[in-house]
Structures are given as structure tokens and as C-alpha cells.
Design a protein around this ligand. Structure first.
Ligand SMILES: C[S@@+](CC[C@H](N)C(=O)[O-])C[C@H]1O[C@@H](n2cnc3c(N)ncnc32)[C@H](O)[C@@H]1O
Length: 208
């Protein structure tokens, strides 16, 4: 076998093994997807979710991030939103709609009544097969969530959002830095090395 073919084969084995390892673990623990481990790691690092948090989960389906939030939050509120359907989770209110519709924003405002502590967004655009285009489209979602957060999040609130280290990464980083006092990035171990996915963590609006 040619060397390039051997490297390709061993890389695809590593990716599959990484995926399977977290997939099996999530099934054993009763989580709906391996994305659960990303939020567990992110929450361990940034201590985002508290037992009394009022939390909005964007792009929540199939629901593993909402499952984790519902285990931690006992006296707060959780609203989860996705354009795809999601099976019910105890203590989680789900809306099957597009986050960028005006009617959705009105429903969020009504649900939290001015106290939204945390937004977590794992939203990703539908994949087209073109990695660069997919990355731009998902980063566009992240930029839109950053702008939405200024209208619905409380002044000292926290935003956590997926984004890709693509060509528009710096643009989004600058947008985050012009909006929030604290801006960090973290790539969880459970996110594949090969993937350009990372997470943006922002806290406290600059206008304070
Ligand atoms: C990677 S999945 C999220 C996985 C989820 N965090 C979990 O733990 O189960 C990304 C989700 O973003 C959703 N999404 C993409 N664009 C959206 C939009 N405009 N409004 C609401 N949801 C959206 C997709 O339907 C998809 O279910």
C-alpha cells in the first residue's frame, strides 16, 4: 500500500475511533448525542450553568445539551429552540422554530421576562459538502447570535457559541470583543482534532 494511502487510512481510523468512543459513552450515560461531552467540558472550564440559571439553548435538537442543563438547573428555567423537532425533556420548554424569526424573539422575551442569564448555542448550518462554505454559514449563525444577545441577554450574562476557525474567524472575534468585556475560546477534547470547530465564551456587555 502507498504511504499516502496508509496515512489516509490511519487518519480515518483515528476519526472513527474518536467518534465511536464518545458515541458509546453518551449512550451508556443516556445522552442523546456525543455533543453532550462538549458541553460538560465547556461547563467545567467556564462554570456557565448554575442551579438557578435562566438558560436559552439554541440549536438544541436532538437534545443532549438540554439534557445536561436540565440536570444542573433545579430552580431556574430552560427554553430550547430548534428548526428540527426534539423529544421532550423534563423541565425544558421546547419551541420548534427558527431563532431568527421576529415571533421567536418575542416568545423568548415573554418566557424569560427580562432575566436571561445564559445563552448556549451549538447551532450549525446544514452541511453542503463544501467545508469552507459550511464553516462560513455556521459562523454567520454565530455572528447573528452575538447580535441577538445584545437584545435579550442580561447585562452580566454569558454567551457560549459554536464557531469554526475559518477565514471569517477574526471578524467574529472582533465583533465579540466589541460587544463583551470577556471573550475566550476553547476547543473541548471531545471535539475532533481534525475539525476546525471551537467555542466562543463571552461574558458581560461592554456598555456596563
Ligand atoms: C450540532 S446540532 C446541535 C446538537 C445539540 N447541541 C445537542 O446537544 O443535541 C445543530 C442544530 O442547529 C439547528 N439550527 C440550525 N439553524 C437554526 C436556526 N436558524 N434556528 C434554530 N435551530 C437551528 C439544527 O437544526 C441542528 O439541530
Amino acid at each position: 500500500m502507498k504511504k499516502s494511502k496508509r496515512i489516509k487510512k490511519s487518519n480515518s481510523w483515528r476519526i472513527k475511533h474518536h467518534r465511536d468512543q464518545f458515541f458509546k459513552k453518551s449512550k451508556t450515560l443516556g445522552y442523546r448525542s456525543r455533543a453532550s461531552f462538549k458541553l460538560l467540558e465547556l461547563n467545567k472550564k467556564f462554570k456557565i450553568i448554575k442551579k438557578n440559571s435562566y438558560l436559552l439553548d439554541l440549536g438544541s435538537s436532538p437534545g443532549s445539551w438540554s439534557q445536561i442543563a436540565s440536570k444542573i438547573i433545579t430552580t431556574g428555567k430552560i427554553l430550547s429552540i430548534d428548526i428540527k423537532k426534539m423529544e421532550p425533556i423534563k423541565n425544558v420548554k421546547f419551541l420548534n422554530c427558527d431563532i431568527f424569526d421576529q415571533s421567536t424573539k418575542d416568545k423568548i422575551t415573554f418566557f424569560f421576562r427580562g432575566r436571561l442569564d445564559v445563552i448556549i448555542s451549538d447551532m450549525a448550518a446544514n452541511t453542503t459538502g463544501n467545508k469552507s462554505l459550511d464553516s462560513i454559514r455556521t459562523n454567520q449563525l454565530c455572528a447573528e447570535v452575538l447580535s441577538l444577545s445584545t437584545k435579550i441577554l442580561k447585562p452580566k450574562g454569558v454567551l457560549l457559541s459554536k464557531l469554526f476557525m475559518g477565514e471569517d474567524f477574526i471578524e467574529i472575534k472582533n465583533l465579540a470583543k466589541s460587544t463583551f468585556k470577556e471573550v475566550d475560546f476553547f476547543k473541548p477534547e471531545s471535539s475532533r482534532n481534525e475539525s476546525k470547530e471551537t467555542y466562543l465564551h463571552c461574558k458581560s456587555f461592554k456598555t456596563l
